[in-house]
Design a protein around this ligand. Structure first.
Ligand SMILES: [Ca+2]
Ligand SMILES: [Ca+2]
Length: 201
């Protein structure tokens, strides 16, 4: 496919508001060729964003399982759920990743390239464990790690913590113009900590 059919880029914020019109219609895709021809090549298009804060979907007291379009793929019904903090990057909720949680987001990037994922991480009461952020170009058969989020090991007497940290990750070219992209946040090493993700705003 000619490059002219692509938009320059698309950002997936984990502030992903479900309102996010995930895909552009084929009709709009046609028009993208014109946009390219007009030389508008530096704009970023946010296709999806979520802040996990809509009270109707996520409540405001914590413990609410994250639902579609996210997929809960954790073993043994392990679910990524909301957690409340007055210092969350976007209030009131962050998403706690623990147990065997694996929270995935399918993305159709047809017509787009240079995908970028942004999100915040946070850890507290940290002794050990990790959260892996990864993406797949084939719907979840194979995964590429973007980040393994972990801290220097702590002890019962001295637990570590790390405040909100913004992460911006560029996916590889295999994520370009691909209806089967998947992004996932999951527990890597066994968790002995409180580890969270949230939106960028
Ligand atoms: Ca969990
Ligand atoms: Ca939030």
């Amino acid at each position: 496919m000619r490059n002219g059919l692509y938009r320059k880029a698309f950002r997936v914020g984990i502030r992903v508001l479900l309102s996010l019109a995930l895909l552009y219609s084929p009709l709009e895709m046609q028009a993208l060729t014109e946009v390219y021809a007009d030389g508008i090549t530096d704009d970023y298009v946010t296709l999806y964003e979520e802040n996990f804060d809509d009270p109707d979907s996520f409540g405001s007291t914590g413990g609410i399982a994250i639902l579609g379009p996210w997929l809960q793929e954790g073993e043994g019904n392990s679910m990524a759920k909301t957690s409340v903090s007055s210092t969350a990057p976007s209030l009131p909720n962050l998403v706690k990743i623990d147990g065997k949680d694996a929270l995935a987001l399918p993305v159709n990037s047809t017509g787009y390239r240079n995908l970028q994922l942004s999100y915040y991480t946070r850890a507290s009461s940290y002794i050990g464990g990790s959260v892996i952020v990864e993406w797949s170009s084939d719907g979840g058969i194979n995964w590429t790690t973007l980040e393994e989020f972990k801290l220097p090991p702590g002890t019962l007497e001295q637990k570590n913590s790390e405040p909100n940290q913004l992460k911006v990750q560029n996916l590889g070219s295999g994520a370009d113009n691909n209806p089967n992209v998947k992004i996932r946040v999951r527990v890597g090493e066994l968790m002995s900590a409180n580890m969270y993700i949230d939106s960028t705003g």
